[in-house]
Design a protein around this ligand. Structure first.
Ligand SMILES: Nc1ncnc2c1ncn2[C@@H]1O[C@H](COP(=O)(O)OP(=O)(O)OP(=O)(O)O)[C@@H](O)[C@H]1O
Ligand SMILES: [Mg+2]
Length: 429
């Protein structure tokens, strides 16, 4: 009975027939990492990257292979994995010929990555150095350096356009956060190293929902990227949810990044459950944190600081600073925010509602503005009237109060404090 020839065998036979047979020197076929045929990663291998023994990488070209249909896989709109054959060239540092290696990449019959390279036996070490660099680039996500790299999310990266100017916070608070971030990266890393400490700083942004924590993280991420730092966002959005290993993975990637790195973890409390708590303590105090000589700054957010263990909250060194991100406290901030969200529709008399915005989160102001603008458009108002703005404000307050009442009554009913209406007299039917 004829059995199908396995993919690696087909490639191996093709390499021997079409390539090895013509080579004057002894060649070896080796199984290599698919990072070597990741086109985005290859774009990040520096020109003339030294691979040892006086040799440098001198580029690659795609070439024909009889047994594999060439194809490019795109990831996040960038060319990613290449399937097919590629010829890699290495030269002496002075430009004299070095060696070539022919690589063929495919999937095997179980859809596993299968990448074989045919390399001169005498040059396996330089080849392995090159392969290690491709691997390092893929594993440190260097191909995503211009964007926020996501660990544990549904996509690989995202762009952020939020400006710090657009985040309204009490002026002193905003400055202290920015100073903390800048002083760590500018001077702190060297000081930590001098003191023989891991340059790893951790900040927590705590506050009720909608005060701008996520927005602030986005703005800090944009700022960090503009300064050439690497930014990693730990996401709970893929099927694994908020799992501790994601934070560890992010810190691990940071440690290999060769760059100051900002790691963002939203809703830190969700990651602190069960067994992960103890591991998290060790990671936060640095004992199990992969070391990034360039410095890693972790910024976490939470709505529930009370759910974060006292061992984390109260022990200095686990979370270095906690910043409370408050609801609006200041009339000037509230006016500025309202004005921003009303945009061109803003009129001086709208400022009348400003005192009623105090004590509310930024998300509230945005909703008041957006709903008012929608109502005005629906009613064909040429200008947004104060009356419509007030109506929007009051309807949102009424909605929040109704929800609070419902939740309180519901909770009390569940706890047996208020009799259920269903039985008419409070008894169950
Ligand atoms: N301080 C602020 N300055 C400007 N806009 C704000 C501010 N706070 C909230 N907003 C507006 O409300 C939206 C929601 O805010 P954001 O998601 O940043 O809140 P959050 O604190 O992360 O909330 P949660 O704790 O629920 O995650 C923002 O996209 C922005 O439009
Ligand atoms: Mg948020």
């Amino acid at each position: 009975m004829l059995t199908a020839i396995r993919v690696h065998e087909q490639i191996g036979q093709w390499l021997q027939r079409a390539y090895m047979a013509q080579q004057p020197q002894e060649m070896v076929i080796t199984l290599v990492s698919s990072a070597c045929c990741n086109l985005s990663a290859l774009a990040y291998v520096p020109e003339r990257f030294p691979v040892g023994e006086g040799l440098v990488y001198a580029g690659y070209q795609k070439t024909h292979c009889d047994v594999i249909t060439a194809m490019t896989l795109f990831q996040d709109k960038k060319p990613g994995r290449y399937l097919g054959a590629m010829l890699f060239r290495f030269e002496q540092a002075d430009g004299a010929p070095g060696f070539e290696a022919l690589l063929v990449s495919a999937w095997d019959e179980h859809d596993n990555d299968l990448t074989l390279a045919c390399v001169p036996a005498a040059f396996t070490q330089p080849w392995l150095t090159f392969e290690a660099e491709c691997n390092r680039i893929v594993n440190t996500a260097a191909a995503y350096r211009d964007q926020v790299y996501i660990v544990g999310g549904m996509t690989r990266s995202f762009e952020t356009s939020i400006d710090l100017e657009d985040v309204y916070l009490p002026a002193g608070l905003k400055t202290s956060i920015i100073n903390d971030v800048d002083s760590f990266f500018d001077q702190g890393v060297a000081i930590y190293r001098e003191l023989n400490l891991k340059p790893f700083r951790k900040l927590l942004l705590a506050g009720v929902p909608g005060t701008g924590k996520t927005m602030l993280c986005g703005a800090l991420a944009r700022r960090a990227l503009a300064r050439g730092h690497f930014v990693i966002y730990v996401s709970g959005s893929n099927i694994a949810g908020s799992e501790f290993w994601k934070i560890h993975q992010a810190l691990d990637i940071a440690s290999r990044s060769n760059t100051p790195t900002l790691v963002l973890v939203e809703e830190l409390d969700a990651y602190l459950k069960g067994d992960s708590k103890a591991q998290m303590l060790n990671v936060l105090d640095g004992s199990e944190t992969p070391f990034n000589p360039q410095g890693t700054l972790l910024i976490a957010t939470t709505n529930h600081p009370e759910q974060i263990d006292n061992r984390v909250m109260k022990r200095p060194g686990r979370l270095d600073r906690i910043f409370i991100i408050p609801e609006l406290q200041d009339e000037d901030d509230a006016r500025a925010m309202l004005q921003k969200y009303l945009g061109k529709a803003w009129r001086a008399d709208h400022a009348e509602i400003v005192p009623r915005l105090l004590g509310r989160p930024g998300a509230f102001v945005r909703e008041v503005a957006v709903y008012a603008l929608t109502m005005a458009a629906y009613q064909h108002q040429r200008e947004l009237t104060l009356a419509t703005l007030v109506e929007s404000l009051e309807s949102l307050i009424a909605q929040i109060e109704a929800k609070d009442n419902f939740l309180t009554v519901h909770k009390e009913r569940v706890m047996g404090l208020i009799p259920s209406r269903r039985g008419g007299n409070g008894s169950r039917e």
